[in-house]
Unconditional design. Structure first.
Length: 127
């Protein structure tokens, strides 16, 4: 399902498509209530219709929402609007193509470093 710019999904207004793949489409959107940019991931219909798979997706979202690290997406909402299942998240700086870099390292190296740091946070025992 493709959403055109200007489409409303609850309090979110779609601005542009960021990417698409086997796990769905991701859009840049504006949260009208909190006046911030968010990423909206549409949950594919086959995943949304499979209750067990969707429950696992929700559990992963709940687990991710308990983590606090700049390289881990912040989950703002798991919702349904007009039959469209979606996840609203923040956008870490490294996901932005225009993110400034203080050193001349590749985008891939920055991404890999961020993923390593985030993985470290997820593997620590909780306090």
């Amino acid at each position: 399902m493709h959403l055109a710019p200007g489409t409303r999904l609850g309090r979110y207004e779609i601005r542009s498509l960021l990417g698409a793949g086997g796990m769905g489409e991701v859009y840049l959107a504006h949260d009208a209530t909190l006046r911030r940019s968010v990423a909206i991931k549409l949950v594919p219909g086959d995943l949304a219709e499979d209750k067990d798979r969707f429950r696992r997706l929700e559990q992963e979202a709940y687990a991710a929402s308990s983590l606090n690290h700049p390289n881990i997406l912040t989950i703002h909402e798991v919702g349904v609007q007009d039959g469209i299942h979606f996840i609203a998240t923040g956008r870490p700086a490294l996901c932005r193509p225009d993110a400034p870099s203080r050193t001349p390292i590749s985008r891939e190296t920055r991404r890999d470093s961020a993923m390593t740091a985030a993985l470290h946070v997820t593997q620590r025992p909780s306090a």
